[in-house]
Each structure stands twice: as structure tokens, then as C-alpha cells.
Design a protein around this ligand. Structure first.
Ligand SMILES: Nc1ncnc2c1ncn2[C@@H]1O[C@H](COP(=O)(O)OP(=O)(O)O)[C@@H](O)[C@H]1O
Ligand SMILES: [Mg+2]
Length: 273
């Protein structure tokens, strides 16, 4: 966003991430068609849609796992970017937190957070520096339920694993954190913790994209909602422009003529689209 005082932005919205006309096909399967979407800094953008709508494909295009088809544009931090690998995305500041893939079970928390990027002092690993950095990052995110940062990740709960993956992203200066179904396997207390973490990231000024099937989670945490249906973006707006029923309509039919339930109660006019 801040380009060191330059007016170098050539994307229209000024959002941290902006997709314009992004398509992706796998052989004859058209998974994404001409998708526009943005994710501003300091906000949680929820990406919703039925199974097969293209949500995971879209985030994989943002995370450098898939190359979009020719003709689309991805802008990040004001510049057009083209990512060939997750490493390219990470070096721009885009980190993706996957449910289970993100961490190595047999390694401890510190080892996981520094995997492949270990701090050294001379020939040796600088364990103290790594421990301190890991501890500080977790504390700064108010992650308080982890007993020891030297415990193997296998011993953590699902929510704690998410927290470690998020802390890792933050420690490595992510500007945009993408989470694909982070609460799908979590209980009530763990879900609350992870959603709190999502909020903290946005409050710190990061952009967050969260994929979720759970409308409770979406309405609890999202500032903005984007709805995909059959590979097309059918709606993208502030969260308070939607309610559950409108989202279900959009996900299943692509349109909603309904008034928001609160608007209907207060007698106001207008639907989502
Ligand atoms: N690697 C792939 N090869 C072929 N088809 C794929 C691949 N990845 C996704 N698809 C197809 O793209 C469509 C969207 O899938 P996906 O992005 O996983 O949807 P969602 O995450 O919304 O459930 C589906 O029809 C799926 O079968
Ligand atoms: Mg998916």
C-alpha cells in the first residue's frame, strides 16, 4: 500500500491484493472464470461458496501453487505480480495456513516456526534467539494456552496448531494470511481462539482471507464477504450487506432478491443485488 511515498499503484482499488479477470482451467474443467476480488489490509475477507465452487483453486492461484490462465491480473501491494511457486508468494508476504499440511508433527514449535530458515551463530543453530523470537511472536498474538514451545507439534490441539502456523506467518512478516477452512475440525473453545487470532491479525493491519463453510464464523469475523459460485464471483461486499439467507441464495442460485433480515424488520428497502 504505502509505496515509500511513490504513487506506483496501478490497480484501481488500492487494496493489498486485487485479482482482475483471473481464470483457471484444468483440461476441460473451467474452475475459475474471470474472477475479480480484493483483500484490503486490516480487514478479514471471507471467501464462501458451495463445494466445488473454486475457493481452494482461487487461493492456490494467490499462494503461487497454481498459475492462472493467461489474461488475468494479480496485483499485490500496488504492483502486478506473477508467482511461480509458494516461495515467490512467501517472499512477497503472502502466507497460506493449511489445515494439516503446514507443520511437521515430529518437530517442536520452535523448529517448525524456523524450518528451512534457521538462525545460526557461526556453525551452530542459535537456539536462544529462535526460542525468544517464537515466544515473543506467540505472546504478541495472545496465544497463551501453549505450555512449552519445545513440545512436539504432534502434542498440540488443532487450534494450537493453527495458532503456531499463524504465528509462523506473522514472524516471517506476512502481509496477507490466507486460511482455508481453519475451524473445520475444531471444537467451540478452539474455534473461538482461532477466530480471535484472525481478528488480531486484521487489527494489526494484515490482510486476511478466510475460507469457511460455517456462517456463524463468517458473520463473527468477516469485514467483507466474497461469494463464489461455479467458478464465478457472484457477490463481493461489506459483511453487513449480507445475511445468512442472502449468502445461501447467492451460493446456490447466484442471485438474491431478498432484503436483509434486519432491513426487512426495520422496513428498509433493498436487497443485496
Ligand atoms: N488439480 C485439479 N485438476 C482438475 N480439476 C480440479 C483440480 N483442482 C480443482 N479442480 C476442479 O475445480 C473445481 C473447483 O474445485 P475447488 O477449488 O477445490 O472447489 P472448492 O474449494 O470451492 O470446494 C472442481 O470442479 C474441481 O473438481
Ligand atoms: Mg476447497
Amino acid at each position: 500500500m504505502d509505496q515509500g511515498g511513490q504513487m506506483a499503484t496501478n490497480n484501481s482499488s488500492g487494496a493489498l491484493l486485487e485479482l482482475r479477470g483471473v481464470s483457471k482451467h484444468f483440461g476441460p474443467v473451467q474452475s475459475l472464470t474471470d474472477v475479480n476480488m480484493s483483500a484490503p489490509s486490516g480487514m478479514v475477507t471471507a471467501l464462501v461458496g458451495d463445494n466445488g465452487a473454486g475457493k481452494s483453486t482461487l487461493v492456490k492461484c494467490i499462494a503461487g501453487i497454481h498459475s492462472p490462465d493467461d489474461g488475468g491480473h494479480i496485483f499485490f501491494d500496488g504492483k502486478e505480480v506473477s508467482m511461480k511457486s509458494p516461495k515467490d508468494a512467501a517472499s512477497l508476504g503472502i502466507e497460506t495456513v493449511y489445515q494439516d499440511l503446514a507443520l511437521c508433527d515430529n518437530l517442536d514449535i520452535v523448529q517448525n516456526m524456523f524450518l528451512g530458515r534457521e538462525k545460526r551463530r557461526g556453525l551452530f543453530l542459535d537456539e536462544d534467539a529462535m526460542e525468544n523470537a517464537a515466544k515473543e511472536t506467540l505472546a504478541s498474538l495472545s496465544v497463551t494456552t501453549i505450555r512449552s514451545i519445545r513440545q512436539p507439534v504432534a502434542s498440540l490441539s488443532g487450534g494450537q496448531r493453527q495458532a503456531v502456523a499463524v504465528a509462523k506467518a506473522v514472524m516471517w512478516n506476512a502481509k496477507l494470511v490466507i486460511m482455508d477452512e481453519p475451524t473445520a475440525a475444531l471444537g467451540v473453545a478452539q474455534t473461538k481462539m482461532v477466530l480471535g487470532l484472525v481478528r488480531t491479525l486484521a487489527d494489526r493491519g494484515l490482510g486476511v482471507i478466510i475460507i469457511s463453510h460455517n456462517m456463524n464464523d463468517v458473520f463473527k469475523v468477516a469485514d467483507r464477504i466474497a461469494v463464489l459460485r461455479l467458478g464465478k464471483m457472484v457477490a463481493e461486499d461489506r459483511a453487513d450487506k449480507f445475511d445468512r439467507q442472502i449468502i445461501v441464495d447467492l451460493m446456490t442460485t447466484g442471485v438474491s432478491t431478498r432484503a436483509r433480515s434486519e432491513d426487512a424488520l426495520s422496513g428498509a428497502e433493498g436487497g443485496a443485488h
